[in-house]
Design a binder for this molecule. Structure first.
Ligand code: PLP
Length: 245
């Protein structure tokens, strides 16, 4: 578990360096520890090392770990305020299981899914923050909307779903040996993000929620930060390679 704290320190140093290279401040960037396939004990080690944003990609694993981790950290003297991020593809029939637990859904990618999130958020007496997931390279096996469909989807969600708050964009880049190969995708997504942000800032006034750009994983988060990411999702870089099952 000491390893986890060391890895986190290293990732934070890399984040700070990448931010500096691009004239940004490290505090502008939220590190999400991706705990999928990891034990609740490993997740608790990340929390104790000061990472309070945790990401899961599957609903069942999320709800199980949510309960177990609460139990683990409740035993600590200081109760950290953990924020859970749902970063994987979300089926409509599973929204109900996370509606009262999730802080940010990164994978909103259809009008119908946004509608279901709205219904379940209302039932839970809250608003749910979402990001619109893009599929910037149009990969068949990945979810997400084409960049050209982001604006109409956001407009529809803002108009029709009062319990959904669209807070920005998320993207998963194509796998590449060299992260430089996907820099252009990061840049393209950032351009779209900036355009939408100025549009929604104008519409929403000072309290606009549209201020997150979730992109970058272990192998490419430094390039993502150089290109404007405000949230990076790091699993392997914190917890080590996934154990083969
Ligand atoms: C697993 C996963 C990550 C983290 O991947 P690593 O390469 O282990 O850092 C980030 N984002 C999504 C959507 C994931 O599914």
């Amino acid at each position: 578990m000491d390893n986890i704290a060391n890895h986190i320190a290293q990732v934070r140093a890399n984040i700070a360096a990448a931010a500096l290279r691009s004239g940004r401040r490290a505090e502008e960037i939220t590190l999400i520890a991706v705990t999928k396939t990891r034990t609740p004990q490993a997740a608790a080690a990340a929390v104790r090392a000061g990472v309070f944003d945790l990401g899961e990609n599957r609903v069942q694993e999320f709800t199980e770990k949510y309960g177990e981790l609460q139990h683990l950290v409740d035993a600590d003297k200081e109760k950290p305020n953990i924020k859970w991020h749902l970063i994987g593809h979300l089926q409509r029939n599973k929204v109900k299981y996370i509606a009262d637990k999730v802080s940010l859904i990164h994978s909103a990618d259809s009008y119908k899914l946004a509608g279901e999130i709205d219904t379940r958020a209302k039932a839970a007496n809250r608003r749910i923050d979402v990001l619109i997931q893009l599929n910037p390279a149009g990969e068949a096996q990945k979810s997400g909307v084409p960049p050209s469909e982001a604006e109409p989807l956001i407009r529809a969600a803002v108009n029709d779903f009062p319990h959904v708050r669209v807070c920005g964009l998320m993207a998963v880049m194509p796998a590449a040996d060299d992260p430089e190969e996907v820099r252009m995708y990061f840049r393209e997504v950032r351009g779209l993000y900036e355009r939408l942000r100025s549009q929604y800032a104008a519409a929403g006034g000072a309290d606009t929620a549209f201020r997150h750009l979730s992109m970058g994983m272990t192998h490419d988060y430094e390039v993502a930060i150089e290109e404007g990411a405000t949230m990076v999702r790091v699993g392997t870089g914190i917890f080590g390679p996934a154990e083969s099952q």
